[in-house]
Write a protein that binds this ligand. Sequence first.
Ligand SMILES: *[C@@H]1O[C@H](CO)[C@@H](O)[C@H](O)[C@H]1NC(C)=O
Ligand SMILES: *[C@@H]1O[C@H](CO)[C@@H](O)[C@H](O)[C@H]1NC(C)=O
Ligand SMILES: *[C@@H]1O[C@H](CO)[C@@H](O)[C@H](O)[C@H]1NC(C)=O
Ligand SMILES: *[C@@H]1O[C@H](CO)[C@@H](O)[C@H](O)[C@H]1NC(C)=O
Ligand SMILES: *[C@@H]1O[C@H](CO)[C@@H](O)[C@H](O)[C@H]1NC(C)=O
Length: 352
Amino acid sequence: MDTPNLLCSFFFFFSLFLGHQQHVVGGSSVFLSGFGPKMMFVFGDSYADTGNNKKTLASSWKIPYGITFPGKPAGRFSDGRVLTDYVAGYLRVKTPIPYRWRKQLAGRVKYGMNFAYGGTGVFDTLVPEPNMSTQIDFLQQLLNDSVYSKRSLKTSVALVSLAGNDYSNYLATNGSAAGFPAFIGSVVNQLKVNLKRIHDSGVRKIAVSALQPLGCLPRSTALFAFEQCNGTENMLVELHNQLLVQAVNDLDKQTNSSSFFVLDIYNAFWDVFNQKQARQVSPTFENPFEPCCAGVSAAFSCGSVDENGVKKYTVCWNPKLRFFWDTVHPTQEGWRAVYSTPVLQNNLKQIW
Ligand SMILES: *[C@@H]1O[C@H](CO)[C@@H](O)[C@H](O)[C@H]1NC(C)=O
Ligand SMILES: *[C@@H]1O[C@H](CO)[C@@H](O)[C@H](O)[C@H]1NC(C)=O
Ligand SMILES: *[C@@H]1O[C@H](CO)[C@@H](O)[C@H](O)[C@H]1NC(C)=O
Ligand SMILES: *[C@@H]1O[C@H](CO)[C@@H](O)[C@H](O)[C@H]1NC(C)=O
Ligand SMILES: *[C@@H]1O[C@H](CO)[C@@H](O)[C@H](O)[C@H]1NC(C)=O
């Protein structure tokens, strides 16, 4: 895979934890204090990034990314809106500006900020972008510089996306299959440390995404003619998600709060794949495991051009009929369907 395409495949893993929602401590729906979030802070990777990656590096700045919204490439890893946009819409706050544009878009700093960088994880990955610890440092720097006050953070929420780049990196480097479960433990432990830091900086509520079914991403299903998921990968995802639920419950206990909760992206993806709930809110997707935009061969990815500028990818005729945009990221319509599932709508209630 050529370097410019790395980000594309390094997206993230979210999680699953079927049957565990009832253990998610989070104060469920009864937090009626008149709290209305005014700001949103976002940490993580390409499932949440809205334009932090360097233009020269990321596929998200290449045609045909962004063709549905805003109509041209704008740094989102999709044809249009991503998870961040839907969660902001739910909160009725403006989509927070990317950290990288905070000077140019200073007027919108008051709605919060997006520190997520496509390709990153809790640990360093193959991309030279800031890991999650550094992203949290950025927020603390802004507090230190009085761009935000700790007091104002009391009306803020955080969205944290960890969609699997640590695991892609583990597999791409010297990671062994036998060491995988232990590595998953260390990823979730580091994530827990990060979530605690976000809480301690004053953010009121922190939503962290579970890992999506990695084995169902087109990069995995391609081996099965897009007809079946890689069950081995999905089992590892389940472990991650179980540990994540435990971590979140621990954090609530440790802080004597209901500040933390999980967005069960895993089951939301499955609900959409199974077309159970999706029909009312979105078109029936064509084969959900087949991406809209793909390289003409394994050497190319969505947005690739050759040295003469000739396109080396194909795009489906209607992105609205596809769940996946590229080999790892959902389309706007895919994210809309995920957001609209009862499981995610229920999870989101905990934000109040
Ligand atoms: C995150 O990146 C910083 C800066 O490169 C590095 O010092 C730190 O060790 C990294 N953190 C983790 C948990 O890998
Ligand atoms: C906070 O700001 C002070 C100066 O106002 C500076 O000395 C210090 O290094 C800063 N700390 C961080 C973590 O940025
Ligand atoms: C790869 O091996 C080196 C040396 O044993 C170790 O320091 C490093 O953490 C390993 N990397 C991964 C991703 O396991
Ligand atoms: C499923 O994924 C694992 C881990 O990435 C990989 O080693 C294995 O070859 C995959 N299985 C198939 C049948 O592709
Ligand atoms: C937790 O918070 C509640 C409500 O603020 C309080 O009544 C309770 O004593 C606290 N428990 C601990 C262990 O701090």
